[in-house]
Structures are given as C-alpha cells and as structure tokens.
Design a protein around this ligand. Structure first.
Ligand code: PLP
Length: 378
C-alpha cells in the first residue's frame, strides 16, 4: 500500500524535533512544556514523536482524542498524558484506568468522568476548561462557577489538577483577543480557587503564545506546531530569538523526464500550456499524498537544488514540473517538496492559500515516514 521510500517519502528528523523542543523549553522556563502529538504527531508519526519528546525529557504529552491516548498507552508510554476531545457516548473508563488526564468542559463531561472512576475504581485527574473567547470547546463563563462547585463536591473521585483554555489569535501581535482571554482566564482561575479547587497547572498558551506571549505561559504551555519546526505565524519564532528547524522533509525522485513542444497542454483540463519548447519532469506525489491540488500552477518544488514550478493540475498520485528549456535533469534526480534543502512548509502553504499546519498533517498514508537518524519507520 505504500510508495517505495526510494521513490517518495516523508523524512522525519528526530534531532531537529528535539532541538526545537529544547530551545523552546529554555525560553519558557520555569513553565513546563507539554508536547502535543495529536493527529499522528502532526503527520510525523505519533509513536516516533512521542518517544522523541520523552527522550528530550518532556513530562507531558497532549493528544486530542482517546484513540490517540490509547495508542500511546498500548505502545508502553506511561508518562503524563492529557486528552481533551471525546464524544458524548464514549466510555472513558479505560482512560481513567490508564492514568490519562482528561479535559472537562461541561457538567455532562464531569459526570461521565465520575462514572468512569466508579467503573475503574480509580480517582481521575482532570483539567477544567474555560472558554475564554475562542468559542470552541470549554465551559462558557456563565456555566463555570457551577462546574467548579460540582467538581469540588466530587473531589474524592476527581482531582482537579488544572484549569486551561486555548488562544484564538496568539500569532497576531496586539490582537485584542489576547488581553481579553488572559483576563478571562485569570478570573476563571480565581473562581475555581474560591470554589475550593487547587488547580496547580494553569495552561493557556499554544506555540505562538509560548514563543511570543510570556503572560500566557503560566505553569505550562502546550507546544504543537513549533516543535515540528513550523512557525505558527509569520516570524513568531524569530521574534522570540528561536531558530526552528524543519522536522519533516517531503522528498521524491523524478520518475520521468521528457521534452515538450510549445503549445502542448499539461495534465487534466490542460490548465497549463507550454509557452515554449521545454522539458517537464514527473513527480510521483499527488493530492492523495498531501500535495494539495491548489499547488497546481501556484507552487513550486526544488529539483537538483533549483526551484521549478508545478504546472497543470496536481493529480491523485503525481504532478508535473516545468524543468525549463534545455534542462538536463534525469529520472531519479532529487525533488524536495518542502523541508530541508527546499522551501519551508509555510511557503508551500502560502502558495496554496493555507497554513503550514495543514501541509504537514495532510501527508497521506502511502508515504512512509522514514525516521532519521536510524532510518526506522513509524
Ligand atoms: C487545545 C490545543 N492545545 C494546543 C495545541 C497546539 O497548538 P499549536 O500547534 O499552535 O502549538 C492545539 C492545536 O491545535 C490545541 O488544539
């Protein structure tokens, strides 16, 4: 089912990941760093990235959904693990048994954690989530006091170790939501304390907050995209004095090179017609592998160290690049779609009208994640 890695692969630089984490850890200290490994480690491989984060000394990992937490536990990870997104009918018992910390956004979720503790005969650890203005999950301010009071009443079954929230626009300098969210967060923590709770871990910041907004760091930051070497915005890391290294390199070899006469149409729909006699190359990566269709006629790749445009529509399995008149590239020559030796994921993203997050998390299952050093696969 997978493409031979000598033809195309996503190379994962574990050392770069560890270096990014180490640099950001030093920046945010004494706040702790939770490394977020949801969505298959942002497309890089859940187990590989989790193990790499642990090897870098990271105490906390974060995942979105229970399946991700279960996969980590089944693989033997027994460190602190936070999971925050589950549906109204999911049974949480095995998560409580497996010592997974749960995010709780509502009374209904709290009740379900309580029932899970009864089933598992174990006290649960939860982090209550306040919606400070993202208007995504989290308890609205009006429901917060009751959530805190109820959590305090079931303290023998549920230990509230944290209060948390998520920022809406941390990468935008001076965005008015930042100040408002910090204030709402502080108010929520005060309410929790007055209800008798002792949330020792306050966490609000994502990568952009961790890098650029010291007031959002509290006891812990939840670090996602920056750990993978992708800037959460424009120069957010550089402004914080952190040099991020790309962790994923999407690379391939040209599978065919041929001459094309002026006036020939290329790929489905002939959305590009060669304006001159030229040489085209076939790259064995398409939208099923995560090279977005929007890249056709908008983005470029690096072939033999030079940037060449993707011409015509990106197909499911392949795309075509214009190597230029007289090009002497040959089948097998190296192509970097993004990463080391090529453009950054954010640059490809900009050409496709999206963000680097989507570029790395969309890499399809046919492409092997080849891990260096060591060249194991996740
Ligand atoms: C709740 C939560 N915390 C932290 C993160 C990490 O964010 P980032 O990748 O911007 O660091 C995410 C990712 O979207 C998230 O959903």
């Amino acid at each position: 089912m997978t493409i031979d890695p000598s033809t195309a692969a996503a190379e994962i630089g574990v050392a770069a990941f560890v270096d990014n984490i180490t640099a950001i850890r030093a920046l945010v200290a004494p706040a702790a760093v939770m490394v977020v490994v949801k969505a298959d480690g942002y497309g890089h491989g859940l187990l590989t990235m989790a193990a790499a984060a642990r090897s870098a000394g990271i105490e906390w990992l974060g995942v979105a959904v229970p399946g991700e937490a279960r996969q980590l536990r089944m693989a033997g990870d027994d460190g602190r693990l936070f999971c925050w997104l589950y549906g109204p009918t999911e049974d949480l018992t095995d998560l409580v048994t497996a010592d997974v910390d749960l995010g709780v956004s509502s009374l209904g979720e709290l009740e379900r954690v309580v029932s899970a503790t009864r089933q598992s005969a174990r006290r649960a650890r939860v982090h209550l989530k306040i919606d400070t203005g993202l208007s995504r999950n989290g308890a609205p301010a009006a429901a917060w006091p009751e959530l805190c009071r109820t959590a305090a009443e079931v303290a023998d079954l549920v230990e509230v170790v944290g209060v948390w929230s998520h920022l809406a626009a941390a990468e935008e300098i001076g965005h008015p939501s930042i100040e408002a969210q910090v204030q709402a967060f502080d108010t929520a923590v005060a309410v929790a304390r007055s209800a008798g709770l002792d949330p020792v871990l306050r966490h609000l910041a994502n990568s952009a907050g961790a890098l650029g907004l010291p007031a959002t760091r509290y006891e812990m930051v939840r670090l996602g995209i920056a750990a993978y070497g992708v800037d959460p915005g424009v120069d957010v890391a550089a402004r914080a004095g952190v040099e991020l290294q790309p962790v994923m390199t999407l690379r391939a070899g040209l599978v065919q090179v041929k001459e094309l006469t002026a006036g020939s149409g290329v790929s489905y729909g002939h959305t590009w017609t060669a304006p001159y006699d030229t040489v085209i190359g076939l790259v064995p990566i398409g939208y099923a592998d995560g090279l977005l269709r929007q890249a056709g006629n908008h983005a470029s790749v690096t072939v033999n160290g030079r940037q060449v445009p993707i011409v015509g529509r990106v197909c499911m399995d392949q795309c075509v690049v214009d190597l230029g008149p007289g090009a002497v590239d040959r089948a097998g020559d190296p192509v970097v779609i993004f990463g080391r030796g090529g453009q950054q994921a954010n640059e490809l993203a900009a050409d496709c009208g999206t963000i680097g997050y989507e570029i790395v998390t969309r890499i399809g299952p046919r492409l092997r994640r080849v891990v260096s050093p060591g060249l194991q696969e996740d």
